[in-house]
Design a protein around this ligand. Structure first.
Ligand code: ZN
Length: 202
């Protein structure tokens, strides 16, 4: 049984200051948990982008962490300058995350693609498919070790169109399956989707 007045962080036991997703934290661990989550979301959004499915939980987090950080800051109990600065930073980062969420719709779509890397000494080609697509890129299944920063060619098997993309992010999923996030180097509406409609239907 957890004591409702005590921080849920293992072995902490300090007084609760705020909660996130039903977990209660003391001030110190609330700040740490916010930084932790903001860092994770930052990593995702720099890579494949936030998917439509996790966008809802991110929205919920933004709302909760902003409100709690604001409350703690205004309660003003024994806050030192570093804590004040951290709370403000959390509020600003959450609001930036929220802006990004509104700007970048993603669509779950399995579009067949051929990836080609012409890396010197390590060229490869792979027929695969997308997991998510966005205006600016895609999350693609890829078994080859594509590293962040590499440029690869993307060919749509259905339309024959091709474009260059930069690998932005790579995540091992355990086993053989690895997904990479790619961003188009210069391409307008490669997926041929009406993003205004995608945006509205999220
Ligand atoms: Zn704690």
């Amino acid at each position: 049984m957890t004591n409702p007045d005590q921080c849920n962080f293992a072995g902490c036991g300090q007084m609760v200051a705020a909660s996130l997703d039903g977990e209660a934290f003391c001030r110190e661990h609330f700040i740490a948990e916010c930084y932790n989550r903001l860092g994770q979301y930052e990593e995702i959004r720099n890579g494949p982008g936030l998917s439509i499915t996790n966008a809802e939980s991110v929205r919920h987090f933004i709302h909760e962490c902003t409100r709690s950080a604001d409350e703690i800051e205004h309660a003003g109990l024994n806050l030192d300058n570093l804590e004040k600065a951290k709370l403000l930073h959390i509020i600003l980062s959450a609001s930036e995350l929220g802006r990004h969420l509104r700007r970048s719709p993603r669509k779950v779509a399995a579009i067949p693609v051929r990836l080609t890397s012409e890396k010197l000494g390590g060229a490869w080609e792979e027929d695969t498919e997308t997991v998510l697509v966005s205006r600016y890129g895609a999350l693609v299944r890829c078994k080859h070790p594509a590293k962040a920063g590499e440029t690869i060619q993307l060919l749509r098997a259905d339309t024959g169109e091709q474009t260059l993309a930069r690998v932005a992010w790579q995540r091992p999923l355990g086993g053989e399956d690895v997904r990479i996030g790619v961003e188009f180097v210069a391409c307008e509406n490669f997926w041929g989707l009406d993003w205004g409609v995608v945006e509205e239907s999220r």
